[in-house]
Write a protein that binds this ligand. Structure first.
Ligand code: AMP
Length: 429
């Protein structure tokens, strides 16, 4: 299978070649043909599968082969994304793929001055990448119109709903013509997502990147059982002694992310935190530093990390397990991308036992457990689960500077894969 055989135009093939892609990824091979045929598409794909090119390439093909000379260019394609980072990344892709086409595009999102965005819009754009809030805001101000949209893409629809954007999506839909092509991408398919898909899509073709759990199975996963107060010491030890260079660390709270980041910096590990309370500038800077290697550790919360385009990440660490099992799959999906191997490590204290059990049920496998000498779990700690928003005692206390031997004791090393698949996780979201 080649990009050429999918029927994409020469200028797009040239841009693809410039990017260095040799063959379409599975989601691209499945999604591009129906999109080119003008069909509505419902795609199950998460970040890392190549989904952005999966919708951007055929969208650009359609717009450019159907272009009309107009003095003022109306927005002909709208790509809606949940976060600013994702919007910026999708826009970067649109720019790259349209390099050899006569297509204008721009991106708009909140948290930054609207003036440059308004200026760009006033010159006319064919493709608009946007987050819902700023889009509605600028439409209300009369700065842009969606009345000529031909193609609508809803990216990461599940995260859109998690972030409470349903109302905004419904408002945006009313601003576009009823007759248009719709593409919807989502990593998970809860009841609410299916309902949304029914309301947006018209007789859609359904495509799936890979069966839900395949990615999980190729990632090397490990759990360290550890006392809560010793997690900070353990993570610093793992990163320093392993000499890990590019590590994405997940915490459950923004406060936890800041605190861990400070501690790492004081121990000489370059680190930056990325979460909802950080300004757009700070987030962009942290991400850029992480990508260019000047920041070794990026500490992120789930929402902030969603959609970040960081290819080939060797290490992902869950400083705390997420209480939503699907988030674990999203988190570890950051490693082992595009066929490269990666390692996902979780530091698990007694009160996260239930979360671990739920995750293992979802991914349908037992994760290998280790205990590192000097960082043993607290036998007297309560196994009562942490409630969302609660951040008991995190990173405090005894043993956090223990730099004893790195000998490991393996308590359960067998990856025990059961055959029965548990794919019905709708109620969890
Ligand atoms: P995405 O899932 O859209 O975030 O893409 C994940 C990563 O895969 C990005 O860094 C893309 O540049 C890269 N990518 C997308 N399509 C291909 C392809 N056909 N071959 C190689 N890499 C790709």
């Amino acid at each position: 299978m080649s990009f050429k055989s999918l029927g994409l135009s020469e200028p797009l093939l040239k841009a693809i070649q410039k990017k260095g892609y040799e063959t379409p990824s599975p989601i691209q091979a499945k999604a591009i043909p129906p999109v080119l045929e003008g069909k509505d598409v419902l795609a199950s794909a998460q970040t890392g599968t190549g989904k952005t090119a999966g919708f951007t390439l055929p969208l650009l093909h359609l717009l450019s082969s159907n272009s009309r000379e107009q003095r003022h260019r109306p927005v002909r394609a709208l790509i809606l994304t949940p976060t600013r980072e994702l919007a910026a990344q999708v826009y970067a892709n649109v720019k790259e793929y349209s390099e050899f086409l006569n297509i204008r595009s721009t991106v708009i999102f909140g948290g930054v001055n609207q003036k440059p965005q308004v200026n760009k819009l006033s010159q006319g754009v064919d493709v608009l990448v946007a987050t819902p809030g700023r889009l509605i805001d600028l439409e209300n101000q009369g700065v842009l119109s969606l009345s000529k949209v031909e193609i609508f893409v809803l990216d990461e629809a599940d995260r859109m709903l998690d972030m409470g954007f349903l109302r905004d999506i419904e408002r945006v839909m009313k601003l576009m013509p009823a007759k248009r092509q719709n593409l919807m991408f989502s990593a998970t398919f809860s009841k609410d997502i299916k309902k949304l898909a029914y309301s947006i899509l018209n007789n859609p073709i359904q495509v799936e990147a890979t069966p839900e759990n395949t990615a999980v199975e190729v990632i090397e996963q490990k759990v360290y059982r550890v006392a809560k107060g010793k997690k900070t010491g353990l993570i610093i030890k793992l990163i320093s002694e392993g000499d890990w260079k590019q590590v994405l660390v997940f915490t459950r709270t923004k406060h936890g992310a800041n605190k861990l980041c400070k501690k790492m910096i004081s121990d000489g590990i370059t680190a930056a935190a990325i979460h909802g309370n950080k300004s757009q500038g700070a987030r962009t800077k942290a991400l850029a530093g992480f990508k260019n290697g000047s920041v070794r550790v990026l500490v992120a919360t789930d929402i902030a990390a969603r959609g970040l385009d960081i290819p080939l990440l060797p290490h992902v660490i869950n400083f705390e397990l997420p209480n939503i099992s699907e988030d674990y799959v999203h988190r570890i999906g950051r490693t082992g991308r595009a066929g490269a191997s990666g390692e996902a490590i979780s530091l698990v204290s007694a009160d996260e036992t239930t979360f671990l059990r739920d995750i293992e049920k979802l991914i349908d496998m037992k994760i290998k457990v280790e205990i590192l000498e000097g960082f043993e779990p607290d036998p007297n700690a309560s196994t009562e689960p942490i409630k969302p928003g609660q951040n008991r005692n995190q990173g405090r206390g005894r043993g956090s500077n223990n730099r004893n031997s790195g000998k490991t004791k393996s308590t359960s090393s067998d990856r025990n894969k059961s055959r029965s698949r548990n794919r019905n996780n709708d109620s969890r979201r």
